[in-house]
Design a protein around this ligand. Structure first.
Ligand code: UGA
Ligand code: MN
Length: 245
């Protein structure tokens, strides 16, 4: 079955590095379409070039975060939600079968993950390695049976999972025309999985050897200040002018 990888991305100093690393992971995965959706109003030539050079089958789209959220000064923002909904829309219009997975641009993926999620019938789940105190986010499995969720923050969620912790069958999605990700910080995964109703946690397909293996890590690249512009007068005709474009 074909795999569709939905990757939200946005402009910041580490963006090209993250996308380089992720593209090099995905180059090892057969029968894949990479949906790269940037939180921006227009596409960036450097990213188009990176994607083209990867040789991957890809779609590069933009989906800006609505300004009401972007301009928020306090509290968390719904990061990557516009992007993912755009990816879902593309799948509804272009895919008939297969499996999709939300892969943030900064996480770390074991190639074994893609082998396993490809056979998802409805919704599959698996542990996500965290770099926070909790250490892991995972379905709890007792005697081979789903029996709850472990996460650093449960927050009254029906599906207390990480964005990187589940994959969904395309056909399953297509039978649920109203499924969508809400603009609710902290509740994006829960809201989306609830919108796949009828679907209950006990129907989850447990991967990664009954959720005993970590095949994906929710890594984060340290944020730094943006680099300074180059002094055009001082470095005119030098490679630095090109490099800093
Ligand atoms: C966690 C979750 O794993 C994300 O899926 C979730 O969107 C996010 O929290 C949230 O709810 O805010 P985290 O590592 O904290 O992830 O978030 P980021 O990696 O900063 O962002 C998640 C994705 O959205 C990334 O692929 C990122 O490139 C993208 N993003 C982030 C945007 O498109 N726009 C932004 O303004 C920020
Ligand atoms: Mn992240």
């Amino acid at each position: 079955p074909p795999l569709f990888i939905i990757t939200p991305t946005y402009k910041r100093p580490e963006q090209l590095a993250e996308l380089t690393r992720l593209s090099h992971t995905l180059m090892h995965v057969p029968n894949l379409t990479w949906l790269v959706i940037e939180d921006a109003y227009k596409r960036n030539d450097l990213i188009e070039e990176l994607l083209s050079r990867s040789g991957l089958r890809y779609q590069y789209m933009v989906a800006p975060m609505p300004v009401e959220f972007k301009n928020k000064t306090r509290g968390p923002k719904p990061r990557g939600v516009s992007n993912r909904n755009k990816g879902l829309q593309w799948i509804r219009q272009n895919a008939k079968s297969g499996v999709f997975y939300f892969a943030d641009d900064d996480n770390t993926y074991d190639l074994e993950l893609f082998k396993q999620i490809r056979y998802t019938k409805r919704v599959s789940m698996f542990p996500v390695g965290l770099i926070t105190k909790a250490g892991v986010s995972s379905p709890i499995v007792r005697n081979g049976v789903f029996s709850g969720f472990y996460d650093g923050w449960i927050g009254g969620r029906k599906f207390a999972v990480d964005m990187a912790g589940f994959a969904v069958s395309v056909e399953f999605l297509l039978l649920r025309p109203h499924a969508v990700m809400p603009f609710k910080p902290g509740f994006e995964e829960d809201g989306f999985l609830k919108s796949l109703s009828p679907f209950e946690p006990k129907q989850v397909e447990l991967l990664a050897t009954n959720c005993t293996k970590i095949l994906v890590w929710h890594t984060q690249t340290k944020k730094n200040e943006p680099s300074l512009p180059i002094d055009m007068n001082k470095y005119n005709n030098s490679n630095l002018i090109m490099l800093k474009k």
